[in-house]
Design a binder for this molecule. Sequence first.
Ligand SMILES: [Zn+2]
Ligand SMILES: [Zn+2]
Length: 176
Amino acid sequence: MVFTHDTELALQAAVTLANSALEPDTLTSVADLDRIWDYYGYTGSHQRTRAELDAVRGVRPRLIALLTAERDGAVHLVNQMLREARAVPQLTRHDDFDWHIHAIEPEAPLDIRILVETAMAMIDVIRADEMSRLSVCADATCEGVVLDLSRNRSRRFCSTTCGNRNAVAAYRARQK
Ligand SMILES: [Zn+2]
Ligand SMILES: [Zn+2]
């Protein structure tokens, strides 16, 4: 494990949300948001309304900007997000999760909590000087965010679709 479990989970969720904005958009219904909610084990308020969905969709550009920023730029964005939300880090323990940090109350709107949770995770990434774990997809036509938590840092594509497309292209190039 590169980071703590809660940090890795928050990063994975942020990347999933960021990449949901790629064409075709995969976060267009409350059911889509529910799936991400369940998968990443979010807790706290969840309205299941169009307004909440639109708000979460609305923070995706900020997530993308943060996840793909240079280290110093990321610092600026993290501090801004935490200040804006008046984040107060508190250790908490719930469900199957041992002590970890929540920096905003569970009743706060989901989009704000996602921003704060991502910012808190990025604190670990920045402090560990591990920004290279985040990159933009190596596919020439794709702007997906890649999170590489592998031991040998081998991940270059945002999805198996992009990985396969490039493997096929490389194979064809070798056949010429
Ligand atoms: Zn928690
Ligand atoms: Zn890609």
